[in-house]
Design a protein around this ligand. Sequence first.
Ligand SMILES: Nc1ncnc2c1ncn2[C@@H]1O[C@H](COP(=O)(O)OP(=O)(O)OP(=O)(O)O)[C@@H](O)[C@H]1O
Length: 356
Amino acid sequence: MSTPIQPVIKCESVYKIFGENAEKVLKKTDGEVDTESLLEAGCVIGVNNASFDVHKGEMLVIMGLSGSGKSTLLRCISRLIETTAGNIFIDGEDLLGMNEKELINVRRNKMGMVFQSFALLPHKTVLENIALPLQVKGISTKDSMARAMDMVNLVELTGYENAFPRQLSGGQQQRVGIARSLAVEPEMWFLDEPFSALDPLIRKEMQDEFLRLQSVLHKTILFVTHDFDEALRLADRIAIMKDGVIEQIDTPANIVLNPATEYIAKFTRSVRRERVLSCQTIMEEYDVNTDLSDITVSKNAIIDTVAERVLSEQKPVAVLNEQDEIVGTLNSKIIIQVMFGETNNLPINNNAESQA
Ligand SMILES: Nc1ncnc2c1ncn2[C@@H]1O[C@H](COP(=O)(O)OP(=O)(O)OP(=O)(O)O)[C@@H](O)[C@H]1O
C-alpha cells in the first residue's frame, strides 16, 4: 500500500470568531455556529468551520465577496491572528502549537506573502527592498544583493533595480512585492488580493505574469481574491466563502458545471463555459473503431482555443495526453453543447480536472 502524500497545508475545523467571549460562545454552541446568538454575545464570525488540504505545487484560490472571511482565513494560516478553534498543520507540523521562535522560523523560511498595498519601503531602491528579507535572515549584503538582482530579472524588471518605488507604476511596484516575497524561496506563497489595486489591463498582464512564474516555480499557493474571473483564470481549485463558511471547494470546471448552492450558481451563470473547461472535462470515451480526423487536441487545452478546429471537422478529433496517447475524443456536437446548450446534457468527466 502506498503512503498518502502529506499536504503542505491542512486545516481542520478552523474557526475564527472575533470578540471577547469568542471561545466561550463557540464551546457553548458545540461547533454549530449561530450568527444571531454570536452577535448577541458581541461576537463576529470571521471563519466558520473551515476544513481543507492544499498539496505541494497546488494553487488554491480563496474567493468571496467583501467580508466573507477570506483574509481572516489567510491570516489564521499564516498565524498573523490566532484561531479560536481547530487545527492547522504546515508540512505535518502543528502550527498552532508552535512557540514564537518556531513561528518566526516558519514564516521566514517557508512562507512568502504579497499584499494588495505592495508594502514597499519608499526610501529604499527596488534592489534594497527585495534584498531586505534576505538580510533579515542574516545573509550578507553582497549575497543578498546578488540574489535580489536574480529576482529583479525573474519578474522582468531589469533596468529598474536602482529606481525608488515612487518612480514605478502600480504593476511594477507589485512586481517588486512579488520579487521580495520570492527572494527567500518560500515553499508556500500567500497572496492577499495582490492585483486588486491595479487597473484591468495591468491586472490581466500581472495574472499572466503570475501564471508564468508559477509554471516555473511550482509553489504551493493560497491566493485571495473577490474576483470570480480572476479565480477561474488562476486556480487549480477554488474555495468560495460566504459568511465565514467555505460553501464549495473544487476545480474551476466542477464549480462552473456543478455549483453546490444557489449562491454559487449566481457567480457561475454568466461564465462562458468554453473559456473554463478543458478538453478532458467533456471528452467522450475513445472507441478504437472510431474513424478519427487527422487533427488532434491536447487534453489540457481550453475548449475556446480548439473550438474552431473541432467544429470544422466532420470526424471526431482525438484528445491526447502528455505522452501523445489517445485518451478520448471530441466532436462538434459536444462543442456546440458546451457553448450553447444545457450543462446537464454534457458527458462531463467530473474528476478529470482533479486527476490531471
Ligand atoms: N479584527 C477584527 N475585529 C472584528 N471583526 C473583524 C476583524 N477582522 C475582520 N473582522 C470581521 O470578520 C469578517 C471577515 O472579514 P475579512 O476581512 O476576513 O473578509 P474578506 O472576505 O477578506 O473581506 P475584504 O475582501 O473586504 O477584505 C467581517 O465581518 C469582518 O468585519
